[in-house]
Design a protein around this ligand. Structure first.
Ligand code: MTE
Ligand code: MO
Length: 226
């Protein structure tokens, strides 16, 4: 199996993210995924609604920018392009101009994505993985999955989608201390894995080594054979 440049395969799917020391957030039972900015009317998207929209199942890998890839993941959910076409587009304000989307998680995590990348084929709002509902570790009740971009784009525990005309000020987390740390990481604007777009300014051959040094390859999840 050929991986994108600079990636190494790991066993299973490790839980990964900026706050690994804390438990994943517990979603409220009445969670609504809020859609905000440039709308003429309110749009409602509840995790349960995903069952009634056009669904897709597709196999892909998750490529973390730190250098590991989890392969053979079977995600199920609704293509983001369908959510956009069926729910968001009809509700846009007259002069709306959507250039960027921000996907926000219940933990305060934010990923900033161009509309082109968000609408790409294969991008899902996923609620199932490998035939089972998403677990808390991997983003329940629903998460973004953008297989051609580094893992940091794929916000878990999705609770808000913001529509922006241009690239919003880089704000990768609502918590100040995390935001400060992440600001130096400066994720690439497009983050396409096959072009190795890891960092906005630092060349990939260099940042690849830095990440490898700082982030050890995650161990296989408990219960899975190495
Ligand atoms: N809400 C939220 N989403 C997140 C993160 C996070 O910390 N919080 N980490 C990102 C990163 S860096 C990666 S590599 C993937 C890891 O997904 P996993 O934990 O399902 O393996 O989630 C992404 N989505
Ligand atoms: Mo990552």
């Amino acid at each position: 199996m050929v991986l994108p440049p600079g990636q190494r395969a790991v066993q299973g799917l490790p839980r990964f993210g900026v706050e690994l020391e804390s438990a994943p957030p517990v979603p409220p039972t009445d969670l609504e995924i809020e859609i905000s900015g440039q709308l003429a009317r309110r749009v409602s998207l509840r995790p349960d609604d995903l069952a009634t929209l056009p669904r897709r199942r597709s196999e892909s890998a998750l490529h973390c920018v730190a250098g590991w890839s989890a392969v053979g993941l079977v995600w199920e959910g609704v293509p983001f392009a369908e959510v956009y076409r069926l729910l968001i587009e009809p509700a846009l304000a007259d002069r709306a101009r959507v250039g960027y989307l921000v996907f926000v998680g219940l933990d305060g995590y934010r990923s900033i994505v161009t509309v082109e990348d968000a609408l790409a084929d294969g991008v899902l709002i996923a609620d199932r993985l490998d035939g089972r509902p998403l677990t808390a570790e991997h983003g329940a009740p629903a998460r973004l999955v953008s297989p051609d971009q580094y893992g940091f784009v794929s916000t878990k525990y999705l609770c808000r989608i913001e529509l922006h005309p241009s690239e919003p000020v880089n704000l990768y987390h609502s918590r100040k201390s995390i935001q400060r740390a992440l600001r130096t990481v400066r994720p690439h604007r497009r983050a396409r894995v096959w072009r190795e777009e890891r960092h906005r300014y630092v060349p990939s051959w260099l940042i690849r080594r830095v990440y490898r040094r700082l982030v050890p390859l995650p161990a296989p999840p408990a219960g899975e054979a190495a």
